[in-house]
Design a binder for this molecule. Structure first.
Ligand code: FAD
Ligand code: NAP
Ligand code: SF4
Length: 679
């Protein structure tokens, strides 16, 4: 064994699992990418995983693969043809680095399968499933068990180093364990011993179907966050029984998908749940994996140093930066493109069911065969105007490719609107993206000119081959009678604290920014994203006593808003409907617990010194407020572009300057990355 890493000695220490050595303690956790079901998905996954293997991770776990049609079907592994496709993936990973291990996750989604043919221990529909499942009879149970064994056998044949069986989240195995989803009275239900029987039998069959050195990981719900969910004693009993059945590693998972506690969103403190793994680790001797909001090497090292786990799973952080572990190893952690836990391009896409997964901060994620930053054959002199996310992404990628890039920013700092976003409680991670870009500007050699507002004349005479306008947006001022009343302020002034905000406030516009402003002005005290105890209190989690499900079951303690707030929109649809698929509910719930009135169907009639006169669902109403904050969307800022077009310069638009409607950082960075890859 070589010398210990000076900064991350535990993270970079190998771990022996039976006769297999995992070269370090970092796991790329399982994530469904949408590539699994595609015709050429195996080729794209091969490159996606191989890049992560080259990036230094010790063990990769694939997205969920079903053992049969009932389990989800879209991506399954059950026959020779499917084995051949998976072989492409395992070969690519082992060629990239023969020391890197790759395990395939076997996922039988049970009642969460979107089909009438879905199955479960009992005919109990999930609150988030589309169908009432068919209760499995004895033959059905036997079929599932033998399909699991067959799937594991196929995985070994396909070259995987192991499998992970998911026994959590509301998928099939976990529904056997929990009383509310298992109403059976035969040997597969009733007592806890009976409810454990199916998951344990799956492990027994899988173990018997594969060779001794094949890794078998079981993902257990160490805190399912369900009212009347699993008790701590039941979890320990299951872990001990799994150990007896010969699992190689236990991975701890937190939550079922239906639970109302956020476990990975950006407002969850870093490493919030690892203490639970630490408690379970004391009960068994198999290595234990922990996960959730571990997004930087020092966080991972801290978890290992506390003895919370043997291995640390980082799923989204490996999307955000495939070279995470190489950078950590080389002391270049300030170059890590950190996952900000926004879910916008990963889980929102998966659960939205329509788009392929990618990453807001790294559009190459899952698109490795389609977007690459090759060195340029023809070095160009490029001016980029605006150092918001779009300008930063464009400038750093173009410079990385070898172009000579000058970046102009009128403010004294880079970041554009991210400098507003980072001030919102729960969005502290946005600081990391700014740190990443600051460092990338140096590493790639961009010439940064801060405090420099350029005009068309300077640019057109600057000798540039290309001019990229990334000047962003102007907040929209809606045409409402009395809009210039001194009560009315813009969201930028409100967020920066440049203008006072009174005790009674109306927010016009309930998009992402309206919600963020409501969060900011209704918040008091410390951000719970930075304090695990506070987070637990706000979301009703009891880490210490671990009642059933880990949740207290009483209305969580939320600091009341210091202001009376109305969050208004014209649309008659539910307020906040357009927010992220996997995070929108957390924002709606937080604001309603603080007593914020979210009002749809508003017609703004006029603003006076009394407040805002509006018609709400046909009823004339006066909201007597001290302050009205405008969060009514944005218009592109294109003056410079228009002026440059007249000079005949070679100029193009990206980000908010190109299109402000529904613009977010995901689209801004994505558009910039593709443009910079092509220049
Ligand atoms: P901007 O960020 O607006 O940057 C434009 C830059 O150009 C500015 O720095 C400006 O100073 C500079 N500039 C303008 N004119 C000139 C000139 N003539 N010369 C020099 N410099 C100039 N998006 C998400 O995806 N997820 C979120 O969670 C999220 N949260 C947000 C929260 C808040 C409070 C706000 C305000 C926005 C949030 N957004 C979020 C939106 C996101 O920040 C924007 O979509 C993104 O910043 C747009 O990037 P951009 O580079 O096009 O423009
Ligand atoms: P937005 O999401 O488009 O919302 C604008 C709001 O203003 C809407 O509620 C709209 O609703 C209202 N509005 C539009 N025109 C109006 C008018 N003329 N008069 C009165 N109201 C009007 O834009 P945003 O909130 O400014 O956010 C900008 C971008 O940043 C968005 O794309 C968003 O996704 C992104 N962002 C994301 C997050 C996140 O957490 N993911 C957070 C912040 C921002 P009605 O038309 O119904 O009134
Ligand atoms: Fe992380 Fe957001 Fe990227 Fe998902 S999209 S990996 S949450 S930064």
């Amino acid at each position: 064994m070589g010398d210990a890493h000076p900064k991350y000695p535990l993270l970079f220490s190998p771990l022996k699992v039976g006769n297999v050595t995992i070269k370090n303690r970092a796991i790329m956790g399982s994530m469904h990418t949408g590539l699994e079901e595609q015709a050429d998905g195996h080729l794209r996954q091969a490159e996606y995983f191989a890049e992560r293997a080259r990036g230094g991770v010790g063990l990769i776990i694939t997205g969920g693969i079903s053992p049969n049609e009932e389990g989800g079907g879209g991506a399954k592994l059950a026959n020779a043809e499917e084995v051949a496709r998976h072989r492409v993936i395992t070969d690519a990973v082992h060629e990239a680095d023969p020391e890197v291990k790759i395990c395939m996750q076997i996922l039988h989604a049970g009642p969460l399968v979107r089909s009438e043919a879905c199955v479960a221990p009992s005919a109990v529909a999930s609150p988030i499933g589309g169908y009432t499942p068919r209760e499995l009879d004895e033959a059905g149970i036997e079929k599932q068990l033998s399909d699991f064994a067959n799937c594991a056998r196929c995985a070994e044949e396909a070259g995987y180093d192991g499998v992970e069986i998911i026994g959590s989240a509301g998928y099939l195995l976990s529904t056997f364990l929990v009383r509310k989803t298992n109403l059976r009275t035969d040997k597969w239900g009733g007592s806890y011993e009976n409810r454990m029987r199916f998951p344990l039998e799956v492990v027994r069959r899988v173990r018997a179907a594969v060779s001794e050195d094949f890794i078998v990981i079981f993902r257990i719900a160490a805190m399912d966050m369900l009212q009347d969910g699993m008790s701590w004693e039941e979890i320990v009993q299951l872990a001990k029984a799994l150990e007896k059945e010969g699992v190689s590693i236990i991975s701890t998972h937190f939550t079922w998908h239906e639970s109302a506690v956020p476990t990975i969103a950006t407002m969850v403190p870093r490493a919030a749940f690892t203490s639970v793994t630490g408690r379970l680790r004391k009960e068994v001797s198999v290595p234990m994996i922990t996960s959730n909001r571990i997004n930087m090497p020092d966080v991972a090292e801290g978890v290992l140093a506390r003895g919370d786990a043997d291995l640390v799973s980082m799923a989204r952080p490996m999307l955000a930066d495939s070279q995470f572990m190489v950078k950590a190893a080389e002391g270049r952690e300030d170059e890590i493109n950190t996952c900000i836990a926004c879910n916008q391009a990963c889980l929102d896409h998966t659960f939205g069911g329509r788009q392929e997964v990618s990453c807001l901060v790294n559009p190459r994620a899952c698109h490795e065969t389609q977007l690459s930053y090759e060195p340029t054959a023809k070095r160009k002199k490029i001016a980029v105007v605006g150092a918001g996310p779009a300008g930063l992404a464009y400038a750093t990628i173009a410079a990385e490719r070898g172009h000579d890039v000058e970046l102009f920013e009128q403010a004294d700092e880079i970041g554009g609107q991210f400098n507003l976003a980072k001030r919102i409680p729960g969005k502290e991670e946005f600081h990391e993206t700014l740190r990443y870009f600051r460092r990338q500007l140096d590493v790639t050699g961009v010439t940064l000119r801060l405090g420099t507002r350029v005009d068309a004349d300077q640019l057109s005479h600057g000798g540039y081959d290309e001019i990229i306008i990334a000047t962003g947006i102007n907040p929209r001022t809606p045409a409402i009678d009395g809009i210039d009343n001194p009560k009315v302020i813009g969201y930028i002034d409100a967020i920066l604290g440049r203008k006072p905000v009174g005790e009674r406030v109306a927010i016009i516009g309930a998009g992402g920014i309206g919600f963020d402003v409501a969060e900011l002005i209704s918040h008091s005290g410390k951000s719970s994203a930075l304090d695990i105890d506070l987070f637990a209190k706000e979301w009703g989690v009891d880490f210490k006593n671990h009642p059933r499900g880990g949740v207290t079951g009483v209305e969580p303690e939320v600091a009341p808003s210091p202001r009376k707030i109305w969050l208004l929109q014209r649309k008659t649809s539910r307020v906040g409907r357009g927010l992220g698929k996997t995070t929108g509910w957390t924002h709606r719930l937080t604001l309603s617990r603080r007593g914020i009135q979210m009002v749809p169907g508003v017609n703004y009639d006029r603003i006076t010194d009394e407040g805002i006169y509006c018609t709400i669902s046909g009823e004339p109403t006066l909201l007597q407020v001290d302050t009205i904050i405008l969060c009514a969307g944005q218009e592109p800022l294109r003056d410079l572009y228009d002026a440059l077009m007249e000079t005949g310069a070679n100029v193009s638009l990206i980000g908010g300057a190109y299109e402000a409607a529904e613009l977010d950082a995901k689209r801004a960075i994505n558009q910039a990355a593709y443009a910079a890859a092509a220049v």
